[in-house]
Write a protein that binds this ligand. Structure first.
Ligand SMILES: C[S@@+](CC[C@H](N)C(=O)[O-])C[C@H]1O[C@@H](n2cnc3c(N)ncnc32)[C@H](O)[C@@H]1O
Length: 499
């Protein structure tokens, strides 16, 4: 069967994927298992079998190779393959070395590939590593001390490897090509923040970046990666992933791409100071208080009065805003609302830091008392957020799905509340419930792409159950409305006959 995409190469992107035919929104473009899952530099080690993060004190070793870390003898994970285990047995790697220097684990796992699969090793080495751009930078030196020098003391790498910069190249390949993925829930890291892992997917790694991507990515609990078309993609169009966070401003995304992926992005969003009219990076003009400050030609300029502001001044303002956000209790609606009000004087209401606050608030309101004030505010926040996401993540989008899901429940709850207080009629209640149903259906259109074996997948299943309940409620209200109408018709008739 003809492949849905093909790989081309040009001077800008290097290798990149393009649609081999018209691809419909929602079509699966790629489903792929990772070649390797690893913790990022400096993070806690993971079980070689199931990849859960494990505290050092709970680590055990594989009975067979006596080297690979495992979370326990009954672990049923599949990632410590026989090939890897056999190879570690043959190489007689010193376990204490691994235990004390977990930084070398991902590199070691990749090095093992060259012993058991020449084909995979070749494919891996063809990935972009940007060694030239990295040479003698701080990250190069860190890897030299934390990885290269330690591996040198073992028989795992030769003098030739050092000469060929094999280890630095692998480190570059991991930094440039891996996807950030969520670690499975861990029993041995109680109360710790969820740690992210890095997954290397040989085919997905070939896709180019655009800040407005045309794909939707999902990873299930077994680390299977799914890439769907988030919008219709015409034949010969590049298949774009977004390597950056769509909900960050241009300067932040550009920094991330420059420092981590070694390129400058010139997509339509990066070239437009208003970021496609979303104003996700805009500030309020302190001088005229009317215009928006946008970054163009290396300065921040007001769209209304034309005054320019020094870049350092704005960077300092944004840093102060970040400190204020970090200093605010993220579990307190009152504190976050106070900060939101205060920041409205400095930032555009759709600035990415405002959106971050708004997302936090939506989460808190969804767990709070469903009072009229709370529900109305949550509806406003969801609508504001959706205006931006629909532009920055057009088509299928997880954030859109989650926000629409929150919006539907608040609209239904507010309608019930107002009806119970006799503030709205049964007809209006029905209208609002139908609106909520439409919004929930729209949410499901996004969320149904989430793998069943993932937290978002469970949320989608929940949303499906809610849809059923909502339909039953709508049915009940329709019946009640019919009864009410026929009752009033009968009353009218009786009144008429009385006359
Ligand atoms: C994950 S790799 C993609 C595959 C790579 N092009 C190759 O040939 O192996 C990421 C690298 O591709 C290049 N790249 C991807 N998207 C790009 C873009 N929009 N503009 C410029 N370079 C891009 C950059 O060199 C980046 O570091």
């Amino acid at each position: 069967m003809e492949s849905i995409y093909k790989i081309l190469c040009n001077e800008i992107y290097g290798r990149y994927g393009v649609a081999n035919r018209d691809i419909k929104q929602g079509e699966l473009i790629l489903k792929e298992r990772p070649l390797i899952i690893s913790p990022p530099l400096g993070a806690k080690p993971i079980c070689f079998k199931c990849c859960t993060v494990v505290s050092k004190k709970y680590l055990q070793v594989c009975e067979k190779c006596k080297t690979a870390f495992i979370c326990g003898p009954n672990c049923s994970g599949v990632f410590h393959t026989n090939q890897e285990c056999d190879q570690l047995t043959k190489l007689e790697v010193d376990f204490s070395l691994l235990k004390n220097y977990e930084e070398i684990i991902p590199i070691l796992r990749i090095l093992l590939v060259r012993y058991y699969s020449a084909g995979l090793w070749k494919e891996l080495n063809e990935l972009e590593s940007h060694v030239e751009a990295r040479r003698n930078t701080p990250i190069w030196k860190t890897h030299q001390i934390l990885v290269e020098d330690i591996l040198k003391d073992t028989k795992l790498i030769s003098e030739k490897d050092i000469e060929n910069e094999t280890i630095q190249k692998i480190c570059g390949i991991l930094d440039v090509n891996t996807f950030e993925i969520r670690a499975p829930p861990s029993m041995s890291i109680l109360n710790s923040k969820c740690q992210n892992l890095r997954g290397l997917y040989l085919n997905a790694a070939l896709m180019a970046h655009n800040c407005i991507s045309n794909t939707h990515l999902a990873v299930d609990d077994d680390f299977m990666l799914y890439i769907y078309a988030s919008v219709d993609i015409q034949k010969d169009t590049p298949i774009f992933l977004n390597y950056a966070n769509a909900m960050q401003g241009t300067l932040e995304r550009k920094n991330h791409l420059r420092e981590g992926k070694y390129f400058e992005c010139f997509c339509t969003r990066c070239l437009d100071p208003s970021e496609l009219g979303t104003h996700i990076s805009s500030l309020k003009c302190h001088k005229c208080l009317k215009g928006k400050l946008q970054f163009e030609n290396l300065t921040w300029t007001c769209t209304f009065c034309g005054k320019s502001f020094n870049r350092l001044l704005i960077e300092n303002t944004l840093r102060q805003v970040r400190y204020l956000m970090e200093d605010t209790d993220p579990t307190s609606i009152m504190e976050l609302e106070k900060l939101h009000g205060r920041l409205l004087q400095t930032l555009h209401p759709q600035h990415y830091m405002m959106l971050e606050l708004q997302q936090n608030l939506i989460g808190l309101y969804s767990q709070s008392v469903p009072s009229r004030e709370n529900l109305t505010r949550k509806i406003d926040l969801c609508q504001n957020l959706l205006k931006v996401i629909q532009v920055l993540e057009p088509g299928i989008s997880r954030v859109q799905g989650l926000t629409l899901n929150e919006l539907h429940s608040s609209i239904a709850n507010l309608a019930y509340l107002e009806y119970s207080k006799r503030e709205i009629s049964l007809e209006i209640l029905l209208q609002r419930l139908k609106l909520s149903e439409d919004i929930l259906k729209a949410a499901l259109k996004h969320l149904l792409y989430e793998p069943k074996k993932s937290p978002e997948g469970s949320l989608a299943q929940n949303a499906l159950r809610h849809l059923k309940i909502l339909r039953e409620s709508i049915n009940d209200v329709e019946i009640e409305l019919k009864q009410q109408n026929s009752k009033s018709k009968r009353k009218m008739k009786n009144k008429n006959t009385d006359y």
